[in-house]
Design a protein around this ligand. Structure first.
Ligand SMILES: *[C@@H]1O[C@H](CO)[C@@H](O)[C@H](O)[C@H]1NC(C)=O
Ligand SMILES: *[C@@H]1O[C@H](CO)[C@@H](O)[C@H](O)[C@H]1NC(C)=O
Ligand SMILES: *[C@@H]1O[C@H](CO)[C@@H](O)[C@H](O)[C@H]1NC(C)=O
Ligand SMILES: [Zn+2]
Length: 523
């Protein structure tokens, strides 16, 4: 008995040490996590800093201006600048839109400070000259074209009517993206009328084919600017918005400023076989082989990468607006991202932040009921997580499909966009944040990631800082209006957009950012 008790005693002692050190580790992690939870209030800092105003114009919209800006905006919505496909755009509407801009913003088009030119016939490039040429210019982007819309899909008002219902203006483009096109020029029109002359010069670019990739508009604007040796301090384009009541558990609204976009890939899978009669079928048909390959792709999603991209910053910025224990978990993604990733992947909308998504969108095979088809093909659309590259995704598709008979071709694709800065020293981010907070003090500003793509992706050689945001208020259900039915914006929100750009342009006149009072506490 005594002989056996010795090793038993050793095991107990060993277990005690293990359990002891485990508890100490847990306690230590818990302490670090708690301190971090308390200190991680990324929203303090620059917003509290003294902001030296360089220009001091304010826009209080009176009755006459309200009528004017709404008439201009509605006029823009009524022109069906639809991009049907890369080769099918409504050029008649684009020409009409050009005439509308010139009529609506006479001061912009006649000012000595503004140089305007057409690019690729229908896109617009403006240069607004600054009084201090040493200040690096920035650029505001928006797009003129819209996706198609059909009234019979269930619109409450015809999609190109700009009809008012309950103080909302309905129509395709009210959010995406004519509110920015018109908002930017309307604000510039008012600034110029008030005698404003910027210190920092800036560009305004309006593409005409963003909805079908921007290869004419944005790409040619970039080509011109490159030829002229332009470098930009930052670019602000469409993308994210102010989310109000959309994120459950978050106290107050959140303005998410897109600092990157997911990459994208369209991959074609195909299987070709000798055609035959259905009375003597082979053991496997092209349809069966392709279906199995597609099934393998669906059953083996791309790896979970939550916490390794900009989504981490989003959570950390918003953490202090949640209650315990969510606040505790969100402040400590260094510890909890594997667990959180598993929770978020359960729903399609949050799964998009966790990984590269895989969507089989087209599957074609067969022409006749008694013929074994020779060809089966499928298209897979993937949206690439920031922590992965296009090549890594293609390699994973090959290893998952694992069948020589399935031909895999990349149709189109690009890597995730670089991640723009969002810290205290980030000029563009802080200017946008400051402008938002001045107008909407209850909003929490956080960096975010765009799941879709924008024209700004073509600008990555001109600047390292691209932001995707407009202060459009999204309430629950509004996201479905985007490219969907009943796209609309409230009259008040459109006015806010005009005021936002009016203030943003002036805020950009600052030479450099003021020193922040406090900083992000990193542990
Ligand atoms: C600047 O704004 C303040 C109020 O914020 C106002 O009192 C002051 O008169 C303005 N100055 C100029 C030069 O417009
Ligand atoms: C193109 O736009 C014009 C107005 O500029 C409109 O009359 C016409 O119906 C549009 N065409 C299509 C196919 O939408
Ligand atoms: C612009 O219009 C001209 C004349 O209508 C045409 O020849 C040219 O191909 C157009 N350019 C683009 C980029 O669409
Ligand atoms: Zn858009």
């Amino acid at each position: 008995l005594t002989g056996q008790s010795k090793p038993g005693f050793k095991i107990v002692k060993f277990l005690k040490i293990i359990i002891g050190s485990f508890l100490i580790t847990v306690l230590l992690l818990f302490t670090i996590a708690s301190i971090r939870t308390l200190l991680l209030d990324v929203n303090v800092g620059l917003q509290l800093a003294h902001w030296e105003k360089t220009k001091n114009l304010s826009l209080v919209i009176d009755g006459h201006q309200r009528e004017e800006l709404l008439t201009n905006f509605k006029g823009a919505i009524r022109i069906p600048t639809v991009s049907f496909s890369e080769t099918e755009i409504n050029t008649t509407a684009l020409l009409e839109f050009d005439r509308l801009l010139r009529k609506a913003f006479p001061t912009v088009f006649s000012s000595n400070l503004v140089h305007h030119e057409l690019v690729a016939n229908y896109s617009h490039l403006f240069w607004v000259q600054g009084s201090q040429p040493g200040l690096v210019p920035y650029m505001l982007l928006a797009h003129i074209d819209v996706v198609p819309a059909t009234e019979s899909d269930g619109w409450e008002a015809p999609p190109f009517s700009a009809q008012e219902i309950d103080d909302f203006i309905y129509g395709r483009g009210t959010i995406d993206d004519k509110s920015s096109v018109m908002g930017i020029l309307q604000s510039l029109e008012y600034l110029l009328r008030k005698g404003y002359a910027p210190r920092r010069g800036f560009y305004i670019g309006f593409g005409h084919d963003e909805e079908v990739s921007g290869y004419q508009g944005a790409v040619n604007i970039v080509r011109l600017l490159k030829q002229r040796g332009v470098q930009l301090a930052f670019v602000l384009d469409e993308g994210l918005a102010v989310l109000d009541g959309v994120i459950s558990g978050l106290e107050g609204p959140a303005a998410l400023i897109g600092i990157s976009e997911k990459g994208s890939a369209t991959v074609k899978l195909s299987v070709s076989m000798v055609p035959g009669h259905s009375s003597m079928p082979p053991r496997e048909t092209s349809i069966g082989i392709l279906a199995a390959a597609v099934k393998r792709l669906e059953e083996n999603p791309m790896p979970r990468l939550f916490g390794q991209g900009p989504e981490r910053g989003t959570f950390e910025h918003l953490a202090h607006k949640f209650r315990f224990p969510v606040k505790f978990i969100m402040s400590n993604l260094w510890l909890f991202s594997p667990i959180l990733g598993r929770v978020l992947e359960r729903k399609p909308d949050t799964n998009a932040f966790v990984r590269t998504t895989t969507a089989v969108t087209i599957f074609n095979a067969g022409v006749k009921i008694n013929v074994i088809p020779s060809l089966a093909e499928a298209y897979v659309n993937l949206r690439i997580h920031s922590a992965q590259s296009l090549q890594e995704v293609l390699d994973l598709i090959h290893s998952t499909v694992r069948d020589q008979r399935v031909k895999i071709e990349l149709v189109d694709g690009f890597d995730p966009l670089p991640i723009s800065s969002a810290d205290e020293k980030s000029f563009g981010f802080q200017i946008i944040k400051k402008t938002v907070l001045d107008m909407f003090p209850t909003v929490t500003v956080a960096p975010g990631i765009c799941i879709g793509n924008t024209d700004s992706r073509h600008f990555k050689d001109l600047t390292s800082d691209i932001y995707r945001f407009a202060p459009v208020w999204f309430k629950p259900g509004d996201a479905q209006r985007f490219h969907g039915i009943n796209e609309r914006i409230s009259k008040k929100n459109y006015e806010e957009l005009v005021v936002f750009y009016f203030n943003l342009i002036q805020n950009c006149d600052i030479q450099h950012l003021p020193e922040a009072h406090s900083s992000v506490h990193e542990l």
